[in-house]
Design a protein around this ligand. Sequence first.
Ligand code: ZN
Length: 277
Amino acid sequence: MKPPDPERLCIHQVTLLERCDFCRSVDCLARNGVFKTAIWRDMLDAVGLKVAKRALADSGVAAPVFCSAGFLTAADPKTFNKALDDNRRRIEQAAELGAKVVVTLTGGLDPTAPDLDAARARAFDGLAQLLPAARATGVRLALEPLHPMVCGLRSVLSTLGDANDWLDQLDADDTLGLTVDSYALWWDPALKREIARAGKRIQSFHVSDWRPETRDVRLDRGMPGDGLIDNRKIRSWLEMTGFDGLIEVEIFSALDWWRRDPDEVVRTIKARYASFL
Ligand code: ZN
């Protein structure tokens, strides 16, 4: 299989977290010839919408993807409704920054009400309630299942099969889509089949790598080529469905890549993109 077209490379801002703020991250990408990013909302909040917009315009970097919205599992109705309002604001921010896709997580399990079925039901209901806001702005909510090890902390939705079931039930493929994150889903024996089933629903493809001896299940992602995931094979499964969208490198790496020189990180991603993606 041939390496992907370099134009499809998108590097998530969060990959440069710790050494860069919002503005430095887009400057670093532009300096290294990468002109697509996914916004990381904490980095956006730190500078505000106005500064962020200007940094994107000045650098020439586009932000077709916004990470992340969702977190809709709170048992307390007041907190749940607040989360819905926050999501509506995030959807507007995303549209304002030119993003077409908002990566949406269910959220983890509320420690005050650890009933997994109820949490899933609330997240499903919350997603349904966000559809009008997404439709009004034209952005797609791309539901992202995460690895079962972060079921408690980040996502009560763990498989692409379950995400496909939710989308079947919500019947809103004009506004809802799916995110395939290789780090979250690579272990699943049903992955190839569920990617085929998802087809055109796939709006966002995140890649990183699983280190054989991960030291932190959320914040020790490897660079493609560091670990065990056959990202190229997963890409081939996506492309069998007609997917020709962005290949988004998203690395949470508190112990390694976040500590390195950001220019070195971007240069390494470009080299790995050609050999491992
Ligand atoms: Zn992801």
